[in-house]
Each structure stands twice: as structure tokens, then as C-alpha cells.
Design a protein around this ligand. Structure first.
Ligand code: BG6
Length: 313
């Protein structure tokens, strides 16, 4: 753990343990050890940037509805495991002595978590692994997540997995939101038997349920919230795909842990590795990194490059 004063471990809902990170300028993040899940990210004005449902159930075995669930070792129902794998409803531990990372994130306020399989887990996914997750508050209050998955099998066997940072962004009104960086890309539509389509030229806007896996996406994606005059920028490495999900009204009503109207105030854009699953031989390690920033923005229609969106703020 870095700088003790900036990190607090406390008991939260239902006795679950939560780590709070605070940087010198007042940005903060909260992480539940249950799920290794970020449940809050606030800017230096104390504004919440992530969505967590008012109906979220903070109790195992249900995953927490909102924040940044970790989907591992399976995204969605792309395999025989439970939906989105099991990492999001396991208890992670604080990793007090993680191997160094070749980034400068160790100088920032950060916490390292680790997940290893239990004997029960080995029955459903018979592989030995170490999943290390670093959560850091970077310059300007950026939220960085770095995942490292290592194959520690002693039987010589490789394993294969899919992965997503299932980030729920808080938005003012979904009808006023547009996503830039995914136009003209191919996607698999989960609402149409995972059939493959090509997105048309315009930035993506929302007027009904959406559940798409965009393939081979750029490393930067922007979410423009017109009403809030805020732009989220997602930067990602090792995560070629991006899922865009909003349940809209009917699915919202069908989810017990989600308010009927809450779909208006959230959008999931999920940095992911799905189409080409990751295979690791014993001793090999995979790394997947996501950095989120939130900046004030004016409405810049048709800017395909998120960097330009930043420049015109
Ligand atoms: O309800 P869950 O298991 O958290 O999943 C929520 C959604 O997660 C998205 O990532 C999937 O693409 C959707 O198909 C799914 O409905």
C-alpha cells in the first residue's frame, strides 16, 4: 500500500470490507474486497462518476450492481461457467508485496488486490492462477486499473479466458449521451444471437436497449455527456474489444437489483478481451489496463478522435 494516510480500510454494507483511496487534491475511489470491485470514483469536487444501483445487493453470492465488476474468467455467457465468471463474487485479498509494475503507478495512491482459486473454484475451473489487480488514482484523479493474470498450473496445462472491466458510468440522461471511437467498427449483437454487424458512420447514441461487443476497437473511447458537460475518456491496453450495454426499460424492470428508471442514468462501456480469448501457458502472464478520466467538455459533434474532444473543451 502507498501513503498510509491516503488509504483507509473500513467495514461497509453487511460487514463487507472496503478500501478508500484519496489523493491530495480530493479525488477518491472505493473498492470492495468482495469482487475486487470499485464501487465509487469521485472527482476533486466530490462528484460521483460511477453508477451504483440504489437497489444493489451488497451480499454474497450476488455481484454488486454497479461500479466496476471484474468479469473473469468468462465474459457473459461465452462459455460454460456462470454469467461473467466468478471473480466478481469472490473475496479478494490485499496483496502486500506485489511484483513491481513497469509503470509509475507505484508512486500514486494505490491498492493491490489478489485472487487465487479456492478448492471449490478448482472444481468448476480446474486451473491454478494468480490474478493481481492494482487500483490507482493517477494525475488529475484518473482512475487506473491494471490486471495481471498468471498461469501457476503445475500440471503443464495452459488455460484460456475472456475478460472485461464492466464499468458502469454515471450519466445525466442516457438520451443526451454519445459514444465516440466505435463508429464504423464491427460488432457482435448480443440481442441478435451474437450476429456480426458493422456500425454506421455516426457516433453512437441511445434510444433503446443496446448490448453489443465492438471488436478491435481503438485504445481510446470517449463518452460525451451533453447535459453534464462532461466527457469520460477510456484508455485501454491489452483489451481490444469494448462492450456497450444499457438494459433500457423492460430489462431494467426484470432486474431485482436495479431500479426501474435507473437505466436513464447509467451506461456500461466495458474494456474487454472477448473475441480472441487469452491463452496462457504455465508461467505466462497477461496484462490488461484501463485508465478512466473525466473532463469538463463542450459538445463537439462529430469528433471522431477522443483527443480532439478533449482539446475543444
Ligand atoms: O446482470 P449481469 O450478469 O451483471 O449482466 C449484465 C449485462 O452485462 C453485459 O456486459 C452483457 O453484455 C449483458 O448481456 C448483460 O445483461
Amino acid at each position: 500500500m502507498s501513503s498510509e494516510r491516503a488509504i483507509e480500510l473500513c467495514k461497509a454494507a453487511n460487514g463487507l470490507e472496503k478500501v478508500i483511496l484519496r489523493d491530495a487534491r480530493g479525488s477518491s475511489a472505493e473498492v470492495y474486497l468482495y469482487g475486487g470491485q470499485v464501487t465509487s470514483w469521485k472527482n476533486d469536487h466530490g462528484e460521483e462518476l460511477l453508477f451504483v444501483s440504489s437497489k444493489a445487493i451488497f451480499k454474497p453470492p450476488k455481484a454488486i450492481r454497479g461500479g466496476i465488476p471484474i468479469c473473469f474468467p468468462q465474459f457473459s455467457n461465452h462459455g460454460s461457467l456462470e454469467q461473467h465468471g466468478f471473480a466478481r463474487n469472490r473475496f479478494w485479498s490485499i496483496d502486500t508485496d506485489p511484483p513491481p509494475l513497469p509503470t509509475n503507478s507505484s508512486s500514486q495512491v494505490h491498492i493491490d488486490l489478489i485472487l487465487r482459486p479456492s478448492e471449490e473454484d478448482m472444481k468448476i475451473w480446474p486451473h491454478s492462477y494468480e490474478f493481481r489487480l492494482r487500483i490507482a488514482l493517477g494525475p488529475g484523479g484518473n482512475l487506473m486499473l491494471i490486471s495481471r493474470v498468471r498461469n501457476t498450473n503445475t500440471d503443464g496445462k495452459p488455460f484460456t479466458f475472456t475478460f472485461a472491466y464492466h464499468t458502469y458510468f454515471s450519466v445525466s440522461d442516457i438520451s443526451e449521451v454519445r459514444v465516440e471511437g466505435l463508429e464504423t467498427l464491427d460488432y457482435l449483437d448480443n440481442l441478435q444471437n451474437k450476429e456480426r454487424f458493422t456500425e454506421q458512420g455516426d457516433a453512437i447514441t441511445f434510444e433503446s436497449e443496446v448490448d453489443k461487443i465492438y471488436l478491435s476497437t481503438p485504445t481510446k473511447i470517449a463518452i460525451l455527456d451533453h447535459e453534464k458537460k462532461r466527457t469520460f475518456v477510456i484508455r485501454k491496453d491489452g483489451l481490444p474489444d469494448a462492450v456497450v450495454w444499457n438494459p433500457w426499460d423492460k430489462k431494467a424492470k426484470a432486474m431485482a437489483d436495479f431500479g426501474d428508471d435507473e437505466y436513464k442514468h447509467m451506461l456500461c462501456v466495458e474494456a474487454a478481451a472477448i473475441e480472441k480469448p487469452i491463452t496462457l501457458k504455465p508461467g505466462e502472464e497477461w496484462r490488461g489496463r484501463q485508465e478512466l478520466s473525466a473532463v469538463p467538455s463542450s459538445y463537439c459533434s462529430g469528433q471522431l478522435d477522443p483527443q480532439k474532444v478533449l482539446q475543444c473543451s
